[in-house]
Design a binder for this molecule. Structure first.
Ligand code: PMV
Ligand code: MG
Length: 361
């Protein structure tokens, strides 16, 4: 039996801007995984997942048609990952087989609570990884990223794919998103094998080393948010508020550049300053796009962390899910945790997944 795992993630900074190609974000992989297992079968195949099933669907009416929105259902990412990896295996001359695929996740809690730790990306990466082993396809991190990114894009369509990069590379990364229009055009004229061998315009993934005194803390709001719907909403203002949107993009890029330099210099104070700056930029984006990124509970979470001497902001698309705190290890977080608890904010006691734990094969 083949068993592989892929970690979940949290965005640290650069959200929304990173959806535009060439713009950066900082993302961290967490020690919380989706596990995929495959065993060959002689008769029928199966896909079994306790957490991810096709048990309810969302749709809109478009004239006479029912249009399904599968973007928030990890089960569809499993199907897309299978389809893409089997195409790739076929191109490599493999005979396609029959198998039982099992998917287990600890990214959502046992009672079905959704934390927003990137289950759709991790499930995609884990499925692609498992099938590449099953079909004995040589893989490295850049190829795994590309194959999983194409699969994820075929379902969600509007993301930066930074969560896929975090799940493939592990640790802390600086991610610059690739040009998805280029990829869509290229897909029509190239095989997957060719695509995986190409340089993708603007794509850049660099590993970052956090300073020793940096402690990452995660607060959970208790309410789930839909990244794909929030990104849709922000995309709507792009044309209408061009000037403000372009300013946001440029400011975010400059902020992230300084924050990345802070990581390279091992300077926690700079990283914290830029984290606060990135929060302010996202607040401005939230205001002019009329999208609630920082909900009242996230605002409270951040205020409590700031009062303890830490820097904090929303993580990812916001609207619920988690907030992140970067705090000096020498600060005792007891009071912060007590204040969070009294506001109903739960600390997720998760560690960073290190690169060394994340071999591809
Ligand atoms: O809410 P999350 O953790 O899935 O993060 C979304 C981050 C965005 O930049 C808003 C979207 C994206 O795909 O990068
Ligand atoms: Mg989220």
């Amino acid at each position: 039996m083949i068993t592989v795992k892929a970690p979940g993630k949290l965005y640290i900074a650069g959200e929304y801007a990173v959806v535009e190609h060439g713009f950066p974000a900082i993302i961290v992989a967490l020690n919380q995984f989706v596990t995929a297992t495959i065993s060959p079968s002689d008769t029928f195949g199966s896909i079994v997942s306790e957490q991810y099933q096709e048990n309810s669907i969302f749709w809109r009416r478009q004239g006479d048609a029912m249009v399904f929105d599968n973007r928030d259902n990890p089960f569809h990412y499993i199907l897309a990952a299978i389809s893409l990896t089997e195409n790739y295996a076929h191109e490599a001359g493999r005979n396609l087989g029959v198998y039982h695929l099992g998917i287990n996740s600890d990214l959502d809690s046992a009672d079905g609570k959704k934390y927003g730790l990137g289950s759709s990306a991790a499930v995609t990466v884990a499925t692609v990884k498992a099938l590449c082993q099953f079909y004995e396809l040589p893989m490295d991190k850049p190829k795994l990223f590309k194959l999983a990114a194409i699969a994820h894009l075929s379902v969600q369509g509007n993301g930066s794919l930074g969560d896929i990069a975090a799940s493939v590379y592990g640790g802390w990364i600086a991610y610059h998103s690739f040009d998805r229009d280029w990829l869509n055009r290229q897909r029509e004229k190239s095989t997957l094998t060719e695509l995986l061998g190409m340089d993708w315009p603007d794509l850049k993934i660099d590993l970052l080393t956090p300073p020793r005194d940096l402690r990452l803390m995660i607060g959970w709001t208790g309410s789930p948010a839909s990244t794909s719907h929030l990104v849709d909403k922000v995309a709507l203002v792009k044309a209408k508020q061009r000037g403000e949107y372009q300013t946001f993009l440029q400011d975010s890029k400059a902020c992230l550049k300084r924050m990345i330099a802070g990581f390279q210099a091992g300077d926690l104070a700079t990283i914290q300053t830029e984290l606060r700056q990135n929060r302010a930029l996202l607040q401005t984006l939230g205001e002019f796009s009329h999208v609630t990124i920082e909900t009242p509970i996230l605002e409270k979470m951040i205020a409590i962390a700031e009062a303890a001497g830490a820097a904090a902001k929303t993580s990812g698309a916001g609207g619920g899910d988690c907030g992140i705190v970067l705090i000096d290890r020498s600060i005792n977080p007891q009071q912060l945790l007590k204040d969070w608890a009294s506001e109903g904010i739960e600390r997720l006691n998760l560690n960073v997944h290190t690169v060394a734990d994340n071999p591809v094969a």
